[in-house]
Design a protein around this ligand. Structure first.
Ligand SMILES: C[S@@+](CC[C@H](N)C(=O)[O-])C[C@H]1O[C@@H](n2cnc3c(N)ncnc32)[C@H](O)[C@@H]1O
Length: 337
């Protein structure tokens, strides 16, 4: 049941009459920098969420089917370790598809709390899930998980299992990921658990193909950010004058996505002009890749003990079950956002 409660919009300033003020501020700030960049979280309006679902079905996009296969294979082990009556908290729940593999086998879960920034998509996904699992209390929270949001969990930290699939952790820099995991651990408390999907380092051809699909769905997802600016912030982006670019930076261990201006041009956003040179890009996303050891070290620095790691036979993707140990947490000064 959704308990008849509409999801709450938490951690974000109230929008103006027509505009999401945080989106406007981020766009004006991001396009005003010498190296233009926009936060990836703004990809996810309703259309962006739907395009992401289509990416998940692409032949080239191995992460979704690989993570799903790992979860399907080891769901029984995970449920055994999670124990009885856990509250399942999913961060960036999207369409709440993978979580069904866990809900099918968990021993009398107390509740499912999906958290997502994409409000309408979250509502629709939570309603579908609640209809399919009438015995489970479903309590969606519309929030930006990079900011504090109130979380009431019955049974304490030991009875809480956070779930962060999709390698969404890769959208943070390693420093941001460490700070995010430390904060999540403090929010859950010592003994809280996290089941997290992390994409692994692999050959560049395979990585770059996953972000440059032949059908152009990832390009449409990337360009939707400009369409969203046009729709919501009175933007004047000519979509035909920008091109999707995605490549792997081996030194930084990450995929970068950009939108490249194909000609010199000036674009208006909410009346403010932004000048683009031909070939200049807007950096829209990073997707960091880790080895199993690199990720376990990062999680340990944030206070999490690795209980178990599962991978597929081709070593494409990893799923880690972690437990928060609480202090001491070794964070670099200034990295705890
Ligand atoms: C890469 S998708 C993963 C979706 C799904 N969990 C999966 O594994 O297929 C990232 C999800 O996180 C959500 N998201 C991204 N940034 C967010 C933020 N700062 N706060 C809350 N949700 C966010 C997006 O709306 C999207 O549903």
């Amino acid at each position: 049941m959704t308990d008849g409660t509409a999801s709450r919009r938490i951690g974000m300033p109230a929008p103006g009459p027509d505009r999401d003020t945080e989106f406007l501020k981020d766009v004006l700030d991001g396009l005003g920098q010498a190296v233009k960049a926009l936060p990836a979280k703004h990809f996810y309006d309703q259309r962006g969420s739907r395009l992401f679902d289509r990416i998940c079905e692409l032949e080239e996009y191995y992460p979704t089917r690989t993570e799903t296969a790992i979860l399907a294979r080891y769901a029984g082990d995970i449920a055994g370790k999670a124990g009885r009556g856990v509250t399942l908290l999913e961060l960036g729940s999207g369409s709440s598809v993978k979580v069904r593999l866990l809900l099918d086998v968990l021993d009398e879960p107390a509740a499912y709390i999906p958290v997502d920034i994409s409000g309408a998509h979250l509502e629709a996904s939570a309603a579908r899930l609640a209809a399919d699992y009438p015995e489970i209390s479903v309590k969606p929270i519309h929030a930006d998980y990079t900011r504090p949001f109130p979380l009431a969990v019955k049974g304490g930290a030991e009875r809480t299992l956070a779930f962060f699939p999709g390698s969404t952790i890769g959208n943070f820099s390693p420093e941001e990921a460490r700070a995010f995991l430390a904060r999540l651990g403090r929010q859950l408390g010592g003994g809280g658990r996290l089941l997290i999907g992390v994409d692994l380092k692999k050959d560049i051809g395979r990585l770059e193909a996953a972000y440059n699909d032949a059908a152009g769905v990832t390009a449409a997802f990337n360009l939707n950010l400009l369409e969203r600016i046009n729709r919501e912030l009175d933007g004047t982006f000519d979509l035909a004058a920008f091109a999707h670019r995605a490549f792997y930076d081996r030194d930084l261990g990450r995929i970068e996505m950009h939108l490249e201006s194909l000609k010199p041009q000036t674009v208006l956003v909410a009346g403010a002009p932004f000048r683009f040179q031909a070939g200049e890009t807007i950096h829209t996303e990073v997707s960091h890749k880790y080895t199993v050891e690199e990720f376990r070290d990062l999680a340990a620095d944030a206070g999490w003990r690795a209980d178990e790691t599962w991978t597929d036979g081709d070593h494409l993707f990893s799923v880690h079950l972690l437990t928060f140990r609480a202090p001491p947490v070794r964070l670099r000064r200034g990295s705890d956002a």
